[in-house]
Write a protein that binds this ligand. Structure first.
Ligand code: SF4
Length: 349
C-alpha cells in the first residue's frame, strides 16, 4: 500500500502527528523545516529527528516528492519540467524568470474536464485531481531546478506562483486552497504574489470570495457573448457571462481586490472590433484589468494568432473605454511552455 504524503501537511498537522507518535510537538516543526525549507526527500535524511521517531514515521509516511522525468529549457530562461508526482500520472510545471522575481506555473489537475476548444490539454481529457502536496512539490522542484541552473542564488526561492497550469483550480478547490495556505505559511510566498486562474466556474468564485484572501483572481473570458463562449468553453456553458460578471462583482466588493480578466485572442474568431466593444461594455464599471493573450500556435490546431495590427486595434478599443490592458509576454514559446502549447499542461485558461 502506498504510504501517505507528509508534503501537504501544515506545520500544526505535523506537530499533531509528532504528538500522536509519542514525540514532543516541536519535532513536527523540525520535520516541517526539513520538508518545506530544506527540500528533504527522505524521512531518514531528517537527521536531527530521533531515530525512533523516524522509524515510526517511516511505517506509514513518505515525504512524497516527485521525480523529474524531463527538463526543457527555452532561450528566454523559461523551463518546463515533466514530473511524475507521488500519486502517479505525468504533469508539467513551468519556471519563469522575470526581472527581480521568479515565478512558477502550477498544475492543479492531471488533464482538465473543461475541454476548451483551443487548449492542448482540453483534448487530453481529465485524469485526476492533484493533492495539495503535489502542487507544493511543483514549486519546490522548480525552485531547485532554478538554483541548479543558476537562475536563482543558492538561497533564492520562487517568489510568485500562478495556478494556471493544467486543470481548473476551482474544480479542485480544497486541495488548491490547502496549497495556497502552505505556500503562504510554510514557503513564505506573499498572498499578493499568488494568482488563481479560473475559466469562470461561478460557484468557485463565490466560494473563493468568502475566503477573503488577498491573492489575485484571474478570470478567463475569451468571448464577450454567450454564443461564442459556448463554442470556445463548451463545458462551462451553464454559466452565462452575466452570471460570471455578477460573481466577479461580488468578489471585488467582498475582497476589495481588482480582478484580472484573461482574453485569448484567436485570429478571426474573437479579435474583431465588435467583440472588443462588447467586451468593454461587459466590463464597464468593474475594478478590473484585461490581460490579452495572443494565441500561441500549437501544432495540429486550427486556431491562429492574430496579426499585431489587429491585436493593437483590439487593445485600443478597450483602452479608449478606460480599461487598463496588459499583453502577456510570450514566454516559453520555443519549448512549448507558453499558454495553450502544453500537451500535459493548460492553455490560456
Ligand atoms: S484552458 Fe484551462 S480550463 Fe480550459 S481546458 Fe485548458 S486547462 Fe482546462
Amino acid at each position: 500500500m502506498l504510504k501517505k504524503m507528509l508534503l501537504g501537511l501544515t506545520g500544526d498537522q505535523l506537530k499533531g502527528l509528532a504528538a500522536d507518535l509519542g514525540e514532543k510537538e516541536f519535532r513536527g516543526k523540525q520535520a516541517a523545516d526539513w520538508i518545506y525549507r530544506r527540500g528533504c526527500r527522505r524521512i531518514d535524511d531528517m537527521t536531527d529527528l530521533p531515530a525512533q521517531f523516524r522509524i515510526k514515521l517511516d511505517e506509514l509516511w513518505e515525504v512524497g516528492r516527485s521525480s523529474v522525468e524531463k527538463i526543457s529549457s527555452g532561450r528566454d530562461g523559461t523551463f518546463k519540467l515533466l514530473l511524475l508526482p507521488y500519486y502517479g500520472e505525468l504533469v508539467e510545471t513551468v519556471g519563469m524568470p522575470y526581472e527581480g522575481r521568479f515565478s512558477c506555473c502550477v498544475s492543479t489537475q492531471v488533464g482538465c474536464p473543461v475541454g476548451c476548444a483551443f487548449c492542448a490539454t482540453g483534448a487530453g481529457g481529465f485524469k485526476r485531481n492533484l493533492a495539495a502536496g503535489e502542487m507544493i512539490d511543483q514549486v519546490l522542484t522548480v525552485g531547485e531546478a532554478a538554483v541548479r541552473e543558476k537562475m536563482l542564488a543558492a538561497d533564492g526561492r520562487v517568489s510568485h506562483v500562478v495556478f494556471m497550469g493544467m486543470g481548473e483550480p476551482l474544480l479542485n478547490y480544497d486541495a488548491t486552497m490547502a496549497a495556497v495556505h502552505l505556500l503562504n505559511e510554510e514557503l513564505k510566498i506573499g498572498m499578493r504574489n499568488i494568482t488563481i486562474s479560473t475559466i469562470g466556474y461561478v460557484p468557485g468564485i463565490y466560494r473563493l470570495a468568502s475566503a477573503s484572501l488577498q491573492l489575485t483572481l484571474a478570470v478567463s473570458l475569451h468571448a464577450a457573448g454567450d454564443g461564442l463562449r459556448r463554442k470556445l468553453v463548451p463545458n462551462m456553458s451553464r454559466y452565462l457571462l452575466k452570471d460570471i460578471i455578477a460573481a466577479c462583482r461580488h468578489y471585488i466588493n467582498h475582497t476589495g481586490r481588482r480582478i484580472t480578466f484573461e482574453y485569448c485572442l484567436l485570429k478571426g474568431v474573437n479579435d474583431s472590433h465588435a467583440e472588443a466593444a462588447a467586451l468593454a461594455s461587459l466590463l464597464k464599471g468593474l475594478n478590473c484589468h484585461v490581460n490579452l493573450i495572443p494565441f500561441n500556435e500549437v501544432q495540429g490546431s486550427d486556431y491562429r494568432r492574430p496579426d499585431p495590427a489587429v491585436i493593437m486595434a483590439f487593445r485600443r478599443v478597450l483602452e479608449t473605454s478606460g480599461i487598463t490592458v496588459t499583453q502577456r509576454e510570450q514566454k516559453g514559446a520555443g519549448i512549448q511552455a507558453a499558454c495553450g502549447q502544453l500537451r500535459r499542461q493548460s492553455g490560456p485558461k
